[in-house]
Ligand binder design. Structure first.
Ligand code: 13P
Length: 249
């Protein structure tokens, strides 16, 4: 049985001060539960503040939104997996569509980042998803599976089995257009089958999250869909009260 995963991606919102007050509020509304995993991905500069605010609440995990693949060195502006881990992260998003679209991240880069994540002590959550044009051309399956296979290309099966994946159709992100539960289920089924080719039966245990305009109303229906094991939420996670409510879906 896969425990559901509720992951908040704050994107470029909430500096250290806002992070402290958000988490104070969130923790007062969300009691520790052992039947699910909650992950919060603040901006990298807010990780330390988040870790301090979480204090003994080890049931809430922290993630970083992006990493570089080197441990340290002359890479201005980048965050290394080791440093993110030191600042409190145990998870990292890799290949979010905004990284791919706005910052030119390629499949090869996502492969290097997934590999670096494990070496730096972070669990990668690889994000995949098709654009509207690709969907219109009926290329969803091909695009998603290409991104998936490329992203895990440098990993061995034991690493793939322990990671997480998020299907985030680009046309659904920040647009208010959520995929239907049937849409999400279909794509998650393709992802699960492709993972089974890589790692065998244990693919059943790998959490597959859906992301893209999820809100408190759509969350329960999406979570009830076959093969949807969790949610990766942007806009609707920015308010502590709403996120505490959604994390209890
Ligand atoms: P929204 O929930 O704002 O559409 O963002 C989804 C997302 O990109 C999460 O990573």
């Amino acid at each position: 049985m896969r425990a559901p995963v509720f992951a908040a991606n704050w994107k470029m919102n909430h500096g250290p001060r806002a992070t402290r007050s958000y988490l104070e509020h969130f923790l007062s509304r969300y009691s520790a539960r052992d039947d699910r995993t909650v992950i919060i991905c603040p901006p990298a500069v807010s990780l330390e503040a988040a870790r301090a605010a979480l204090a003994a609440r080890s049931d809430v995990l922290l993630g970083v939104q992006n990493i570089f693949w080197e441990e340290k060195g002359a890479f201005t502006g980048e965050t290394s997996p080791v440093m993110a881990h030191e600042a409190g992260a145990s998870v990292t998003l890799v290949g979010h569509s905004e990284r791919r679209q706005l910052f030119g991240e390629t499949d090869e880069m996502t492969a290097r980042k997934c590999d670096a994540a494990w070496r730096g002590g972070l669990t990668p959550m690889l994000c995949v998803g098709e654009s509207q044009d690709e969907r219109d051309r009926d290329e969803t399956r091909a695009v998603v599976l290409r991104q998936l296979r490329a992203g895990i290309g440098r990993l061995d099966a034991s690493q793939v089995r322990r990671m997480m994946f998020a299907y985030e159709p680009v046309w659904a992100i920040g647009t208010g257009r959520t995929a239907t539960p049937e849409n999400a289920s279909e794509v998650h089924g393709w992802i699960r089958a492709a993972l089974a080719d890589e790692v065998g039966e244990q693919a059943r245990e790998i959490p597959l999250l859906y992301g893209g305009s999820v809100n408190a109303e759509t969350a329960p229906r999406l979570m009830a869909a076959p093969n949807v094991d969790g949610l990766l939420v942007g806009g609707a996670s920015l308010d502590a009260e709403r996120w505490a409510h959604m994390a209890c879906t």
